[in-house]
Design a protein around this ligand. Structure first.
Ligand code: ATP
Length: 371
């Protein structure tokens, strides 16, 4: 596919809470970065969805929004959900889970990399070498139980874990491909299977399928870790990891732990990737404790948009979009490393607006440095 005469359409879903604060900031930044590198402009189209919209309309993910996501070239997503707004059965409004299933977004990609300016959460100097990607399977695992759980006589509760061969194969294959790309940039080219194969049949099967896929990638190395030991090592020596692949629920938990290694949820970007679609969102939620105050750190949203630009660049053969991605990443790094603005999230005074202004102002400076 080529970009000639084609405007890429981005479905924009700000959602709830701080999603509504970091999204406008992000669109302003992306527009500025795209203009500076001379990349084709993107057509942003905002769509309603989320808990607030559910409270107003009775619909959390309107059919028109889902259709727009399907038709778009990529989806930019803020955050959705709100503690006080729930479905009649008491469950939370989480349209992002529905989008993952509807669009087949099987790979949750969560890069965790330390760079100067981020807090040094771990005292060991090797923590500066943290650079790994956690791949979370997103269409099955324990989340298969969502909407299927059972409580018997108010005495017993059951949620079933589903691991399929095809679901495991595709996410493990994705992990190896990513490790291969990273290896070309000097990373180790290793994939770690994170499971609990010593206890559960489902997890032993996950590991078996992992090993079968790994056997097709002889140029890469692999290893295995039980999720409990992995959690320990993620705190003790996270710099040894390259690419990790794991089941849905384990990935959910480990990705929040991983974000803590680089200062908090406001620094952790993510991408939800499928065969046809890509959705890009910060790893954080709606942060009800700080929503509406303007305190949110928009960096995770910015870095997620950079992931989107890279993904679009690869799909459409448009190098300038990748240039815009690098510019955004470097502007975030410059802002943090030179302390032009220190986010409130880790003790500074810069709110969302000040962080945004500082990153946008840094775009030109970064451009001059690389020119
Ligand atoms: P979800 O279940 O939707 O993932 P959550 O309730 O687990 O959400 P978050 O909304 O991610 O959690 O918030 C966790 C903590 O991190 C909160 O204290 C929140 O204020 C903080 N936080 C999350 N995102 C940011 C951000 N962008 N800037 C500053 N603090 C943030």
């Amino acid at each position: 596919m080529t970009m000639k005469n084609q405007t890429l359409t981005i479905a924009v879903l700000p959602g709830d809470g701080i999603g509504r604060e970091v999204m406008p900031a992000c669109l302003e930044l992306v527009e500025a970065a795209v203009a500076i590198v001379g990349a084709p402009a993107l057509a942003f189209q905002s769509h309603a969805a989320g808990a607030q919209y559910y409270a107003e309309s009775g619909d959390a993910l309107p059919r028109s929004t889902l259709a727009a996501c399907r038709a778009a070239d990529a989806i930019l997503f803020g955050a959705m959900g709100w503690p006080d707004i729930r479905y009649p059965d008491g469950t939370e409004i989480i349209p992002q889970l529905d989008l993952r299933m509807e669009l087949g977004l099987f790979a949750g990609v969560r890069p965790i990399r330390w760079f100067p300016g981020l807090p040094r959460v771990l005292t060991d100097p090797r923590a500066e070498n943290i650079d790994f990607v956690l791949i979370r399977e997103q269409t099955e695992g324990l989340f298969y139980a969502r909407g299927r759980g059972e409580i018997r006589n108010d005495e017993e509760a059951y949620d079933t874990m589903q691991i399929t061969r095809s679901g495991t194969e595709r996410v493990v294959e994705f992990a190896f491909q990513l490790a291969a790309q990273r290896k070309r940039r000097g990373r180790p080219g290793n994939v770690t299977c994170v499971d609990k194969a010593n206890v559960f049949q489902s997890m032993a099967f996950f590991r078996k399928v992992f090993d079968e896929v790994a056997a097709r990638h002889t140029e890469m190395t692999k290893d295995h870790a039980y999720v409990d030991a992995l959690a320990l090592n993620m705190v003790k020596k996270p710099w040894v990891f390259d690419v990790l692949v794991t089941e849905n629920m384990f990935g959910d938990i480990l990705s929040d732990l991983a974000a803590g290694l680089i200062g908090g949820m406001g620094m952790a970007p993510s991408a939800d990737i499928g065969e046809k679609h890509g959705l890009f969102q910060p790893a954080h939620g709606t942060a009800p404790d700080i929503a509406g105050k303007g305190f949110a750190n928009p960096s995770a949203m910015f870095l997620s948009a950079a992931m989107m630009l890279d993904w679009l660049a690869a799909r459409h053969g448009e190098q300038t979009l990748s240039d815009a991605a690098r510019l955004i990443e470097e502007a975030v790094e410059r802002t943090l490393s030179t302390k032009l603005a220190v986010p409130m999230e880790y003790g500074g005074s810069a709110n969302c607006a000040e962080m945004t202004r500082s990153v946008i102002d840094s775009l030109e400076a970064v451009r001059r440095e690389v020119a």
